[in-house]
Write a protein that binds this ligand. Sequence first.
Ligand code: MN
Length: 247
Amino acid sequence: MLFVNKSTVILFDKLKKTMKNVRISVLSFLVMLSFIGLSQEVTKIKVNHIFAPLPYAYNALEKSIDKETMEIHYDRHHRAYYNNFLKAIEGTDMEYLTLNQLFTGISKYPVAVKNNAGGYFNHEFFWNSMSPNGGTPSTKLTEAINASFGSMEEFKKQFEKAAATRFGSGWAWLCVDNSGKLFVYSTANQDNPLMDIAEQKGTPILTLDVWEHAYYLRYQNKRAGYIAAFWDVVNWEEVNKRFELTD
Ligand code: MN
């Protein structure tokens, strides 16, 4: 017969209590985990991509870009990219990603997302790169341009060359790299320097659309004329602000 003394009973009792406490702890831990999971589910919000109005009238940039081109470009081309972008991400996890998140992982996503998210962002960025009264480059930006290119003239020359020599359709960009240095870059189709597929990645601060639809009505095959006229409508105040933000 097993002899059970009093202290063994107390010990057994204590053990039972401890086990009960452990069970309660495990249970509350599980409840906590599911609550965190649940709250993450609840706070997962779809990104609201807006179709912003053109920041000026269709004829505001007439000295460089005609009204009809602006109208077709904004209201048909840009709108189509926007609509097709929303269609391409509809019902997928991509609806929860910002444009920047999409671009930094763009190689993983369908080509339709790359083309239309790119088209939507690049045009929005382009409209805001221009203004009928865009001011002048700030001292800080001018210093950075001089440090990176030697002079404003040399920067313009490089930017014009990137825009003129882009074969087929694409964009010319002025970007800031990780070390704060400026560089000129050009992308094909609707690619941009924020995408993980770009050979040279950076934060864009100025862009020019060199697709034929951007200039053909007035300039026909003379892309160089369109590029030269672009400088008259650059929104330097916006470019200055974008440059400040990269600091
Ligand atoms: Mn365009």
